[in-house]
Design a protein. Sequence first.
Length: 277
Amino acid sequence: MTSTGAGELLQAEAELWCHAFGYLKSMALQCAIKLGIPNAIHRCGGAASLPELHAALPVAASKRPCLSRIMTFLSASGIFGVETPEDGEVTGVRYHLTAASRLLVEDESGSGGHACLSQLVLLIMTPIHFRASQSLADWLKDEDDAAAAETPFMAAHGASFYGFASRDAEFGACFNEAMGSDSRFVAETMVRECGPVFAGLTSLVDAGGGDGTTARAITRAFPHVRCSVLELPHVVDAAPADGTVEFVAGDMLEFIPPADAVLLKVGSLNNARLIDI
Ligand SMILES: C[S@@+](CC[C@H](N)C(=O)[O-])C[C@H]1O[C@@H](n2cnc3c(N)ncnc32)[C@H](O)[C@@H]1O
């Protein structure tokens, strides 16, 4: 067995610390969104000093010194860029938006026309997901193969992800809103870059199409394509009915309405089920 040098050992320990504290990156990002830091920097013209952030953000006066540490951390993570003045004076440090944090700016006209992804990012970091991932080791050890524990999410919450979303109206609404923001973002690129794909179609069904955001964007960009959305009943019940797209309540594993094309932009269904479809 080869012995490991002190330098390598210390490096290995540092790596472990980075992994163990990795969740702090997520939590700092969550904090930035909840405080509205991307919006504040955007309103300052795309770059802001600490005094400008203190004036714009709801941070208690006694906690202001901590904000500079959070900004340093977020800058090291690439969420914000940082320019330090030559004299090193802290009040002269300016933080600016990066490509990633521009996607967290709520004002669409100011974020380069992109949809804002803040709701989606916050959804990924809900305690509901953390609770499920914290049960991963116990779930792997457990011999119980009852349907109730098919996934770590089911083991933690007693329901499938979509079962939970239908049971908890507040979480369901957050989830649909977050998916809608992702769809707005993806649809912008899809209709701009994939025109030829839609050229020969007269109808399309978006299976698991959420609140219909993607289908609406397709219909608006390609009016010759009649779009419908197949969704679980609780999602159809809450969907905005503006007549642009038709909603069909059902289970895509059982039935998909006939159309020239099927759009499938879904996660959280296991691979075997997706292959069935
Ligand atoms: C990850 S979300 C994606 C929503 C939308 N396609 C988008 O990209 O914004 C998956 C969607 O599939 C729906 N869904 C899940 N299982 C389904 C099933 N068996 N039949 C129909 N819809 C389903 C969920 O309600 C959810 O809205």
